[in-house]
Design a protein around this ligand. Structure first.
Ligand SMILES: [Zn+2]
Length: 147
């Protein structure tokens, strides 16, 4: 499993966001019954994660059993490898780029600017990320589940 890429179907939006935070290339299809999901999975060699049995005919798919995020992460932890957390935009899956602090001065709250030195930007949606409170919570959860 050298290169794991995923697609989450419409019931797994939160899981998709978390997988991106973990650095995993994860698409999210938020339209129920979108027929292109299977085509995309085949074309790009992606594993489909779904709560519905409809994709189980596709060999490269995983039936997610729980509605609970922690349990979902527990279920997938056997098949994923976390090598580069916080490297992708949790909103759009695009790899983040480090950005020079001065360049984003106008775009983040002053307090954040004063107290942080490293920032990353999503080249697609433009969002800026830094290691704030959210980062600590996420790191704690990752350690809880994956260690
Ligand atoms: Zn983005």
């Amino acid at each position: 499993m050298s290169e794991c890429r995923f697609i989450c179907d419409f019931m797994l939006g939160r899981l998709a966001k978390w997988m991106r935070l973990l650095g995993l290339d994860t698409l999210y299809y938020n339209n129920p019954g979108d027929p292109s999901i299977l085509h995309r999975a085949l074309k790009e060699g992606r594993t489909i994660l779904s709560r519905s049995k409809e994709f189980m005919r596709y060999e490269n798919s995983i039936l997610i059993e729980s509605e609970n995020l922690d349990e979902q992460l527990e279920q997938i932890k056997e098949i994923i490898e976390i090598s580069n957390p916080f490297s992708r935009c949790p909103l759009c899956n695009t790899p983040l780029l480090a950005v020079n602090k001065e360049k984003i001065k106008e775009e983040v709250p002053e307090y954040i600017y004063e107290t942080h030195d490293k920032f990353k930007r999503c080249p697609d949606c433009g969002r800026i990320y830094w290691k704030g409170t959210h980062y600590k919570e996420i790191t704690r959860k990752i350690n809880e589940i994956f260690s």
